[in-house]
Write a protein that binds this ligand. Structure first.
Ligand code: NAI
Length: 345
């Protein structure tokens, strides 16, 4: 059994942020939420700079009263702390070329995802601190839960302790954005990356496959597309099950289901031994994720993701899933039928 240390507000000293210049590189989902939280915690607006290219995000930051700097080199020169909050796939290009060369030798660099740190895609000086403060929430919830006065779940780690002061700084910054209110879990870039990519590349692909195959089997047995879509996800029953699992317990939530359902689910789960699945999962974790194979392959196609139409590999995957599977085709028909019906009523 392994249990992690959990840090609370009382472990963090906000005084460490006094007089520091804190730069937010990016004002999107996480950047907007974290910068506002930090300011509302009491960090002076003059200490905060939003470094952003000229776009709608920069306008949003200005409208919220933040000082916006479009020249990343200038922002880097004055930064004591920089939160890297632009999309993961553009971080190496933007940070390494425009930010890193001008950054102070003892700066604290904060990431919200372990990916680029674990795969060593960002250039840091050995004297700098590299810390991860990774909310387990979308940006809008990071903000709304802070405003409500409750916290949000978050991972915190020090992945390079260049100054020897990495942990106290990581905790002060976590507290500043509201992440130690309900407890920030000690983690690492490796752990965060492994779990994140595993969910994305092993867990959810299997769930998509299970739904796709179940749909086809039940359809072949005479079930209608309409009934299947509602039975399987459009009723929102699966969403309610996961919500109850989070609130009450992964297994305990089953007690809300009928006795027939409880018996079917629990006995059915024991009939599946999981041996092959475990082998498959281990393969994905070790031979695709942790060994850097996925990262290498993704880096090769990353620039193609900005393209329009079928040249963008993501668009092509969407097209195949939506147009070449029975589930995708059926859902499209059901949804257009529902839209037509609601339009005519
Ligand atoms: P986002 O997609 O909302 O980022 C938008 C920001 O990036 C804007 O400020 C935009 O101007 C800037 N940007 C985009 N492309 C750029 C480019 N080519 N050059 C310069 N600036 C560019 O990013 P998001 O979703 O907030 O993610 C930031 C980090 O937070 C990532 O590391 C992500 O993994 C992590 N994270 C995100 C969560 C979420 O709620 N989306 C949850 C937890 C962590």
């Amino acid at each position: 059994m392994t249990s992690a240390k959990i840090y609370y507000d009382s472990d963090a000293d906000l005084g460490l942020l006094m007089g520091k210049t804190i730069v937010f590189l990016g004002f999107g989902n996480q950047g907007a939420a974290q910068a506002q939280n930090l300011r509302d915690t009491g960090i002076h607006n003059e200490q905060i700079i939003v470094a952003n290219r000229t776009d709608a995000y920069a306008e949003d930051a200005k409208s919220k009263g933040f000082n916006v700097e479009h020249d990343f080199g200038k922002a880097a020169e004055v930064a004591d702390v920089v939160f890297i909050l632009i999309p993961d796939q553009v971080q190496p290009r933007v940070f390494n070329e425009q930010f890193a060369p001008k950054l102070k030798a003892n700066a604290t660099i904060v990431v919200a995802s372990g990916y680029n740190v674990f795969f060593k895609l960002l250039k840091f000086k050995p004297t700098q601190d590299v810390v991860m403060v990774a909310p387990r929430m979308i940006g809008s919830s990071v903000r709304s839960l802070y405003v409500k006065g409750t916290g949000f779940p978050c991972f915190v780690s020090v992945d390079q302790d260049g100054t020897g002061n990495g942990l106290p700084m990581a905790l002060a910054l976590s507290r500043g954005i509201g992440a130690t209110k309900t407890g920030a879990i000690a983690s690492s870039a490796r752990e965060e990356t492994a779990m994140d990519l595993f969910a994305e590349q092993a867990l959810w692909p299997n769930i998509i496959m299970i739904f796709r195959e179940a749909f086809s089997v039940l359809r072949e047995a005479g079930c209608s597309d309409e009934a299947l879509c509602y039975e399987m996800w459009m009723s929102k029953e699966p969403a309610e099950i996961f919500e109850a699992a989070a609130d009450e317990g992964f297994i305990t939530q089953l007690k809300h289901h009928s006795t027939v359902s409880q018996f079917g689910q629990l006995s059915g789960a024991f009939k599946l031994d999981g041996v092959e699945m475990r082998k498959h999962f281990k393969h994905i974790l070790h031979k695709q994720i942790l060994n850097g194979k996925f990262c290498e392959e993704f880096s090769k196609i990353e620039t193609e993701l900005d393209k329009e139409g079928p040249e963008n590999p993501l668009n092509e995957l969407y097209r195949r899933c939506e147009e070449e599977t029975e589930l995708g085709q059926a859902e499209k028909r059901v949804r257009s039928r529902l839209a037509a019906a609601s339009g005519s009523s």
